[in-house]
Design a protein. Structure first.
Length: 190
């Protein structure tokens, strides 16, 4: 079983060029997450990354506040915060026990961070006309993890209803569909 930190490092490597490639003129464009434009999704992703650092350290989190971080060198800060995320999930014993208010197994929480980073990197790539190919080992963990979380996530309105995909859809397309995303979504701006 691969460590969460190794998987996060692989997901980070795929996400960094996507974030670095976002043109400021695209910040108002739509994303596959209908509730977010590109700016809103970048802000949400920062919020997730910072809170999952805290969850790794068994510290309090605040998912209720989403500050606007898309100012100054936000792309550089994204690289720094994702590096901190990888480091936080590399601490000895971080995958043991439970974490968070819901008392979930720590490894499950780490896989949630992995799913958010991977899926939202895809969202941002699609929204801005960039290519995105997730790491195979990441997909191997994210797919089953998202499927297991899907019923609760739908109850909480975090995931939409599953999107129908044809036979032969890739494992990543299936994972996206479980979250309610259309794996074929393309930005109308691109």
């Amino acid at each position: 079983m691969q460590k969460i930190s190794e998987l996060l490092a692989a997901a980070r490597a795929q996400a960094l060029p996507v974030v670095a490639g976002i043109d400021d003129e695209r910040l108002g464009d739509p994303t596959p997450c209908s509730e977010y434009d590109v700016r809103g999704l970048v802000n949400h992703l920062f919020q997730v990354i910072v809170n999952f650092q805290a969850l790794a350290a068994r510290e309090p989190t605040d998912f209720g506040v989403t500050p606007d971080v898309v100012t100054g060198d936000w792309r550089g800060r994204f690289a720094e915060e994702t590096a901190r995320l990888v480091k936080a999930w590399d601490a000895p014993g971080v995958e043991d026990g439970v974490t968070g208010r819901m008392g979930m197994p720590a490894r499950t929480v780490g896989l949630m961070a992995l799913g958010d980073l991977t899926v939202h990197a895809w969202d941002l790539a699609r929204a801005t006309g960039q290519d995105f190919e997730p790491d195979e080992a990441v997909v191997d963990e994210v797919g089953p993890g998202l499927a297991a979380l899907a019923p609760k996530a739908r109850e909480g309105k975090v995931f939409g209803e599953p999107f129908p995909v044809p036979a032969g859809a890739s494992a990543f397309e299936q994972a996206l569909a479980v979250t309610g995303r259309d794996p074929g979504w393309r930005s109308p701006q691109v």
